[in-house]
Design a protein around this ligand. Structure first.
Ligand code: CA
Ligand code: CA
Length: 198
């Protein structure tokens, strides 16, 4: 008779545990995995006054939370170059004829919306080693599926100098796969009976 109130307490406990499991599961689903994909279709010659492309193919799915572009180009006159990154129907202008008078190469360049310096800032200089904000935000890709082809398009728009796309890639953050979150939920679920027995 005295134990009657115990039942609602048990229900309340299991409700709290369920809520905690749900909250932890949701937190696990929010966790991001960052992966770098590099193109194997390099080097690509940038002929004088040509437009050339290089692609890379991502064979996994995931909703893009953030994406950066990585680039190594040898070119004797960067200000000839217009750089664009495309995926699906979206194209982002990375750099439009930057490099001033005679700046050469992009060496270890990362285009990142979160960078402190814009590639078009007057105090950013070739070979642009480090992180720079692109001229258009890479955030245009946020929410898209990372799966499929990504294309770097390089236009050399002035006669006299040429170069090469040596290497490029993307570094993308997507949510941790749902299967991992479910494994987490399963492990938490196993923990519940143990706690009740204790
Ligand atoms: Ca970024
Ligand atoms: Ca040229």
């Amino acid at each position: 008779m005295i134990s009657i109130p115990a039942e609602p307490i048990v229900h309340l406990t299991s409700l709290c545990l369920s809520a905690a499991i749900f909250a932890l599961g949701a937190a696990a689903a929010q966790a991001a995995v960052v992966t770098t994909y590099t193109s194997t279709r390099v080097p690509v010659a940038i002929c004088d006054t040509c437009t050339v492309t290089s692609t890379l193919t991502v064979d996994s799915h995931g909703r893009i939370l953030d994406v950066d572009a990585l680039l190594d180009i040898t070119h004797s006159y960067d200000a000839d170059l217009v750089l664009r990154l495309s995926h699906g129907a979206t194209t982002v202008l990375l750099a439009n004829r930057q490099g001033g008078s005679g700046g050469a190469n992009y060496t270890g360049t990362v285009f990142d919306d979160q960078a402190d310096i814009g590639i078009d800032a007057g105090y950013a200089y070739a070979p642009y080693t480090g992180s720079f904000r692109p001229e258009e935000a890479l955030a245009a890709f946020i929410g898209q599926d990372i799966f499929g082809d990504w294309t770097l398009t390089v236009t050399d728009s002035e006669a006299g100098d040429a170069g090469t796309i040596d290497a490029w890639g993307i570094s993308a953050a997507v949510p941790e796969p749902a299967s991992l979150a479910l494994v987490g939920l399963g492990l938490l679920g196993l923990a519940v009976p143990r706690r009740r027995k204790a």
